[in-house]
Ligand binder design. Structure first.
Ligand code: MCN
Length: 794
């Protein structure tokens, strides 16, 4: 049993402390690196020092001769694979240039860190030393780093395509040209959303054990079921002979939503060598080869009437995918396209996306995946438009909000927002932030040389990733569909085990799911154990990403528990000689409505179910499974305000205050929601102010460690103020939407708007992230003005 606050039912909606925390905070949790198997070997990857080169030769002889080394493998050794690493987005009618991507490079390297060979041996340090002895002769080729240069022409990352273009994809609603023709004012900007890292505290790690025809893979992943499927397919094994276990995962942030070459290599090598094979990633490997995110340049154009009514929004995105397509790479910018109109009633919205290869680490989903980029585009542009029109940035937002009467609201991009009340959220934000008082203070501080600014972001997103009826035909998961499963087992003693197909890794779902089940079965959440992240337990699952686990997985838990509760009620009704519809759960018992004293606890009913003394025609046992496929996505929303001070002498930005009012439907556990908002906002502030993956023109990576890649710490963050409104979703019975990415989606735009607001008196009225001291200082001193370039690019 785990520790929770003793709280009376209902537990849903309460701030229960996380049941998963005690092992995590007492050092008792088990990560991949904590697992060792008898006879295990270690792997160390030899990685390319070149950004783009032909491999002329690989001399493994010295490495192979070192003591303790069992084998040195190159790409050609893995010729028996069933295929290259997967890319699982195949949208109908869209041509995607998809090069073969192997776990170890074959003949060519295309970015720094591309694996060239792997040394396997007895000891982690010995294989790492031996890897240094592998001699690789390269014929360096010109590297292409800048996506705009790459789309213009040679050199090509993949010569065979005769272009660096990956694909083109558009989503249009209404007629943007007609919308611009109606407009009195048009604002155009170049919005750069620079490349960031996932930067989890735990780098990746794998331990593969192939024995007697079956494979077990321990891996630090968000998606054990996807990994199982592809390990089976690529190694020619039955899925039933592959078990993938995600033990504790020390942060994923989308980076671990992937099927990685290192996972495949470890499995392949374990089968080849007949020994378990382990690999634990170093930080510099993680920074150079684990997939990265964002890296989009957008030309945005917004048209409006003089009264502020937005008539059209057109966005042209150039998305830098790096050297290869990973599992969902080309899909990521499209996720933003569906909500490109944000919270606004804009009749004409169009997004045109071009994907491009460069000699950089591949990109894919990083927290928010396409939606922070879209939010940055619309929310920064709305502010720019307000300034152009001489309007208040909040007034222009209010004027264009989709009114609450419109929900469910079919928007121009073709999706239907499930529920919303954007005025309510902004009004609530205004209860915390007195804008006129702020403006007076701002004026006064300016006279003292202190440049304080305020920025807002009113956001929405598409999440709860499912439903199959949309994601399948849209090409996600090669038509595999996105739903979620749950299995509930009540044991003889009345203890309950929940098996979820999601794979939480820090979000707190064990607690939330226990709360949902506990209320329906009249037990305390502490007796509900939630099992996840092991493909050998519970039904098939679709795992954790896209803020989906609660809205899909939580609802699956609710539905499976309802089935169990219905059976319990039927048994109790038979025992108490009442009708099943008259049985209710009250005070920890199933009793006849109106007679709470005469009831049965779940443990009593479980006893009857397992003895088999159930009503005639009923199966014994107490266990149910559900596969839940929702009708729609869910669309959480919110209003954030950020206050910053910018030091004009140094360009340094300090976040003075951050207020987040969010609405993720009915809260299951407000404490978990606040935790997610805090973490998410830090992620967004991190991108806006500190973090940037930086490649030199030669293709060398400058940010290979946390010395050169600045992640924010508690010291830089203010104490966040959070609040919420509650607008239930009609999509699921919980009325819940997702929240795991909300803070990230909102924060960078709020920070950017705040910094611009602070800098206006200094002649800077537009800037792109990262808002680093150097770039701000340059902007102030070079008087960037409303340059469409958005300030210095370096
Ligand atoms: N929740 C709730 N009530 C709601 C909605 C959510 O109590 N109405 C709770 C849920 O029970 C869950 C948490 O909030 O505990 C987040 O739920 P949800 O929004 O469904 O998101 P997921 O669980 O699917 O998490 C994925 C999301 C993503 S996409 C990234 S990236 C991310 C994130 O979550 N990575 C994280 N949060 C993270 N948090 C941690 N600690 N580590 C990561 O790697």
């Amino acid at each position: 049993m785990s520790v929770t606050d003793a709280a009376p039912a209902p537990h849903v909606g309460r701030e229960l402390r996380r049941k998963e925390d005690p092992p995590l905070i007492t050092g008792r949790a088990r990560y991949v690196d904590d697992i060792s198997l008898q006879g295990q070997l270690w792997a160390s990857f030899v990685r390319s020092s070149e950004a783009h080169a032909k491999i002329l030769s690989i001399d493994t002889s010295e490495a192979a001769a070192r003591p303790g080394v069992h084998a040195v493998f190159t790409g050609e050794d893995m010729a028996d694979l069933g295929g290259p690493l997967p890319m699982a987005w195949v949208p109908p009618g869209v041509e995607v240039n998809n090069p073969e991507h192997w776990p170890i490079a074959r003949g060519m390297v295309r970015h720094i860190g591309d694996p060239v060979a792997v040394v396997v041996g007895d000891d982690r340090y010995a294989v790492s030393d031996a890897a240094e002895e592998v001699i690789v002769e390269y014929d360096p080729l010109p590297a292409i780093i800048d996506p705009e240069a790459a789309i213009a022409g040679a050199p090509y990352v993949h010569e065979q395509f005769g272009t660096n273009q990956v694909h083109q994809w558009s989503l249009a609603g209404g007629d943007v040209e007609a919308g611009f023709a109606e407009a009195d004012v048009i604002v155009e900007r170049r919005v750069v959303n620079h490349r960031i890292a996932g930067a989890p505290i735990e780098c990746r790690g794998v331990l593969a054990d192939y024995r007697a025809g079956s494979l077990t893979l321990y891996t630090s992943t968000q998606v054990p079921h996807f990994v199982r499927l592809f390990m089976a397919l690529l190694l020619g094994l039955g899925e039933d002979h592959v078990r993938v276990v995600a033990p504790e995962v020390g942060g994923g942030f989308g980076q671990k939503l992937q099927v990685y070459g290192e996972e495949l290599f470890a499995c392949w090598a374990s089968r080849r060598l007949g020994r378990p094979v382990k690999w634990i990633e170093t930080r510099s490997e993680n920074m150079s080869v684990a997939h990265q995110g964002r890296d989009q340049i957008a030309q945005v154009k917004m048209g409006a009437k003089r009264d502020g009514t937005i008539t059209a929004f057109h966005v042209k995105i150039l998305a830098d995918f790096g050297a290869y397509n990973m599992i969902l790479t080309p899909l990521i910018p499209s996720l933003g396209a569906f909500v490109m109109g944000g919270c606004y009633k804009i009749p004409n919205v169009q997004t045109d996306i071009t994907g491009v290869f460069t000699n950089k680490c591949p990109t894919d989903a990083i927290r928010g995946a396409g939606r922070p980029e879209a939010t940055q585009m619309i929310e920064v542009t709305v502010d720019q438009l307000a300034h152009e029109l001489g309007m208040d940035p909040l007034e222009i937002r209010r004027k264009n909000f989709i009114p609450k009467e419109d929900f469910p609201a079919a928007v121009a991009t073709g999706v239907v927002y499930d529920s919303g009340d954007y005025h309510k959220t902004l009004d609530k934000l205004m209860e915390h932030v007195d804008v006129s008082a702020f403006r007076a203070e701002q004026e006064q501080l300016r006279s003292q040389g202190i440049y304080r600014g305020i920025g807002f972001c009113t956001w929405t997103e598409i999440c709860g990733l499912a439903p199959s009826r949309i994601t399948g035909p849209a090409g996600v998961g090669v038509q595999a569909g996105l739903w979620e499963s749950a299995m509930i087992r009540v044991h003889n003693t009345g203890a309950v085990t929940v098996y979820t197909g999601t794979s939480p890794h820090g979000q707190g779902l064990e607690t939330a799911m226990a709360q949902i089940t506990a209320d329906k079965l009249g037990v305390d959440p502490s007796v509900v154990e939630v099992i996840h992240g092991d493909t050998s337990m519970g039904p098939e699952g679709r795992n954790t990403y896209g803020s989906r686990s609660l809205a899909t997985g939580g609802e699956a838990v609710a539905k499976a528990t309802d089935k169990v509760a219905a059976k319990v009620k039927a048994i109790v009704a038979a025992e108490l000689e009442a009708a099943p519809e008259d049985i209710e759960v009250a005070n920890g018992k199933f009793s006849v409505r109106g007679s709470p004293d005469k009831g049965m606890a779940l443990a009593d009913v479980a006893g009857i179910a397992y003895i088999g003394a159930v009503p005639e025609g009923m199966e014994p046992g107490l266990e149910e499974t559900t596969f839940y496929d929702p009708e729609n996505f869910v669309f959480p929303f919110g209003a954030h305000a950020c206050v910053v001070d910018v030091d004009p002498e140094t360009g340094k930005v300090k976040v003075v205050r951050y207020v987040a009012v969010d609405d993720c439907g009915n809260p299951i556990n407000p404490l978990l929601i606040d935790g997610q908002i805090h973490g998410g906002v830090v992620f967004g502030i991190g991108q806006a102010l500190y973090e940037r993956v930086y490649y030199e023109e030669s293709g060398q990576l400058n940010t290979g460690s946390f010395v050169t890649y600045a992640i924010p710490t508690a010291a830089e963050m203010p104490s966040f103020e959070t609040d919420r409104t509650v607008t239930p979703s009609p999509v699921n019975s919980l009325g819940a939407k997702g929240v795991g990415e909300a803070g990230t989606i909102a924060a960078s735009a709020a920070v950017t708007n705040a910094v611009i607001d602070a800098l206006r008196p200094l002649g800077v009225d537009y800037m792109n992230m990262p808002l680093s001291p150097m770039r701000i200082w340059e902007a102030i001193h070079q008087g960037q003005g409303a340059s469409p370039e958005g300030g210095p690019q370096s």
